[in-house]
Ligand binder design. Sequence first.
Ligand code: PLP
Length: 367
Amino acid sequence: MSERPALGTLKSECDTPLLCIDLDAFEANVAVMANYFRQCDVDWRPHSKCHKSPIVAQRLMAAGAIGATCAKLGEAEVLAAGGVEDILIANLIVGRRKMERLVALRRICDPIVCIDHLDQARQASEAMREAGLKLRVIVEINIGLQRVGVSPDHAALEMAQAIQRLPGLELAGMMGYEGHLLTIEDPTQKAAEINAALSLLGDVKKLWAQNGIAAPIVSCGGTGSYRIAGAHPDINEIQAGGGVFMDAFYQQVCQVADHQLAMTVLTQIVTRHGAEHAVIDAGRKSINQEIHAPFVHRRDDIRVGPLSAEHGQLELHGQAQQLKISDRVEIVPGYSDLTSVLHDAFYCFRGDRLEEIWPLEGRGRLQ
Ligand SMILES: Cc1ncc(COP(=O)(O)O)c(C=O)c1O
């Protein structure tokens, strides 16, 4: 059985592969985001899909977040058990078994659930009415991602009115996700397209208001768009979360500036053959490469080559050709949350010393 390194252990003495957090970088990123949202006067409900940890959620709340966002009921249960009370499940929850669990969750905290179809609303309403409870729900609006959501027109009004007629539900507002616009290269065009998409939420809010329906929450926002979303006049809650960790996708494709690379996978060279070739002990089961290619932290003389399940090939140039078996190489994930979930815990270093371990408690809670 592998052993967890004791707190205080030097990074160079920890076994690999190891999912690492640089605490100074993490804290700097948290401060950048929290300060920005404070300046914009919007609430921050950071998505927990990368960390899946009540410890991290509580840390972000201590920095100013109002609660947490998650994607699954099982993750919300883990967050609630860890003392997080104000949780947005930014997803659609259906089925008898899930309704029973949603009732149990509502008894211990005050979650919010998305609705984009009347059948979901009816299921939740019936479960809450039978239990004598009220559940906060928000209408998910399709602002162009074409994933889920009602269209931002009369359909959104009809959905809100239908929810208001159902017992056991409290209409708390709306959300949209502009995930299809994060990768637009030209910053002016990106801002214009995101602002236009988010204004669709503003249009729905106005339509609701004309019909006497309030929207206390108007939520959206990812790491790749949070500066634009936070400044948008119709938005009052932001879900961006992954930026506290950062990754290659956010940095290189979404052009997120002012954030440090806080999350890496520490690996070790297991073999060398030829001047340019090395193999590390981490492949696709330690480092996801689906959304964006990973790269080597603080070295431009090593290129990450093909990854197989448990082997990672490196292409060495210049000084890197001196690297030997057992030398350490730190990899920045292409996309943080598809990499974090391959690991049991984050090992958090202050400088070179292990200071904290954050288990990914919600990992595998896919139901
Ligand atoms: C509903 C929703 N909100 C927000 C986000 C953004 O999260 P992050 O800032 O961690 O990239 C996502 C990303 O997939 C999402 O699906």
